[in-house]
Write a protein that binds this ligand. Structure first.
Ligand code: FAD
Length: 422
């Protein structure tokens, strides 16, 4: 039996992002994401988790649904989703497979940073036209060939936290760049066609500077490029985030995804670019809550119809979970609506608060879900123990780990830019 259509949302399900008046495009994309997740991704999630293997079958479906080009502008053959729309759709996918949503975020960022975000970064006319030509090639690969991009920036140094220049370097040579260095935690390793590498321009002066950060795409087939390391983590096992090495990898000028100096400006102009990791975890939290309600009502498919809802302790725990989930959704919805270049101080604080609340809250909700549903609910054939492990990962992700958010919020609240103590 179909659920009734909600007159506010126009949808017959409640999206992970919550109830709100969606645009026709948002409604269409959310309905597609929900159907893909419910009918395909949910059933496969256990396989990627058990094998710690990349969700290739989900990517075939995402490609077919046009979701690899979700944020490519319509003028370039994409679906033209803006930042807010992407964040809503990503939460819906995270509800059914966290590893798929998280890796999809890495790919989408390659189109969003070069697309809608780049449009909001100040550039000279020359930079703007250079960027327009380069992104046409990049978007074309995704639109015409269904190419997949990874986003390796972590290096095991202070660089991914935004506190030091990237150690991976790019040296200008005739017709292109020579890349050297290493990355760790590169989700989509072995699955991506291109790796959108953040690196520092090697100007030969031994004074690496974060303002010289370059964003360059390295084709997976490049000579000197290799992938190594084991992959057997606690959670988000389908991301397959292994190590990358670059040994004198030559890439042509056309692989530059942003003009010189623009990534650094972008990171300062658009803090919301780092918030894109959070919808995955809002989806995971929603899934843990959904499961708890079904389990306590005795409605989990394939399980004995035993009701556990009659106990007041369970009712109170569900209420607590819902309160926390509503808090997370409200902050999330406000932050994605406010996302823009150069947000005000209050908007930035809300963004940090939203990110922290979602990343820590997802794990709180999954923890409460297991405690409330009880021992049988954490057996491997049910999704809850996977959700619990996946939910632990969000607060560890740089540059906005839960610790670093607290650090930034505290400092930026008490000090205005440039202010120092005696
Ligand atoms: C499932 C998953 C997928 C990922 N996918 C990608 C990916 O596709 N691409 C990518 O680039 N990275 C990816 N990452 C990596 C992630 O963003 C982090 O870089 C990684 O988790 C850092 O681990 P670490 O042990 O090296 O952290 P460390 O840098 O050793 O930090 C440990 C902790 O110390 C704190 N800390 C770090 N630096 C500072 C500082 N300067 N000041 C104060 N405190 C600090 C932080 O809270 C951090 O959690 C992924 C991570 C996970 C869990």
């Amino acid at each position: 039996m179909n659920n009734p259509v909600n007159p506010t949302t126009g949808l017959d399900f409640t999206p992970a992002v919550g109830d709100m008046p969606f645009t026709p495009l948002q409604r269409e994309l959310l309905a597609k994401a929900h159907a893909l997740g419910r009918d395909k991704f949910a059933a496969r999630a256990q396989q990627w988790d058990t094998e710690a293997s990349f969700p290739f079958a989900n990517y075939d479906d995402l490609r077919e649904a046009g979701f690899l080009k979700l944020c490519v502008p319509t003028s370039h053959g994409g679906l033209g989703a803006d930042y807010t729309t992407y964040m809503m759709v990503a939460a819906e996918i995270g509800r059914f497979c966290g590893a798929t949503a998280l890796t999809w975020n890495m790919h989408i960022c390659s189109t969003m940073w070069t697309g809608v975000l780049a449009d909001g970064i100040p550039m000279t006319d020359a930079e703007r036209s250079e960027h327009a030509a380069r992104r046409e090639l990049h978007f074309g690969r995704i639109v015409n060939d269904g190419a997949l991009y990874a986003q390796p920036f972590s290096e095991g140094t202070a660089a991914a936290a935004g506190r030091a220049p990237f150690g991976t370097t790019a040296k200008k040579v005739d017709g292109g760049w020579l890349i050297n260095g290493k990355k760790i935690w590169a989700s989509l390793s072995g699955a991506a066609d291109y790796y959108g590498v953040l690196c520092t321009e090697d100007k030969g002066d031994h004074h690496p500077d974060a303002r010289d950060t370059l964003y360059i795409s390295v084709p997976a087939t490049s000579a000197g490029f290799s992938i190594s390391g084991d992959w057997d983590p606690l959670g988000m096992r389908g991301t397959v985030s292994r190590n990358l090495a670059f040994k004198d990898v030559f890439v042509s000028d056309a692989e530059q995804l942003m003009p010189r100096g623009i990534y650094f400006k972008g990171a300062q102009t658009w803090p919301a670019m780092f918030f894109t990791l959070s919808p995955t975890y809002l989806g995971v939290a929603n899934a843990a809550y959904d499961f708890t309600v079904m389990y306590l009502r005795g409605e989990v498919p394939g399980e004995p119809p035993i009701k556990r809802r009659q106990f007041p302790t369970k009712q109170i725990a569900v209420a607590q979970m819902r309160i926390q989930l509503e808090n997370m959704k409200s902050l999330f919805a406000r932050a994605i609506a406010e996302a823009k270049p150069n947000p005000s101080k209050d908007e930035k604080m809300r963004l940090y608060a939203a990110h922290y609340s979602v990343m820590e809250g997802a794990n709180d909700i999954a923890r409460l879900a297991i405690r409330t549903c009880g021992g049988q609910s954490m057996l491997k054939h049910l999704p809850l123990e996977r959700l619990y492990r996946d939910s632990r990962c969000g607060a560890l992700m740089l540059p906005w780990t839960a610790e670093l958010i607290l650090d930034r919020m505290g400092r930026e609240t008490l000090y205005e830019p440039g202010e120092k103590d005696e």
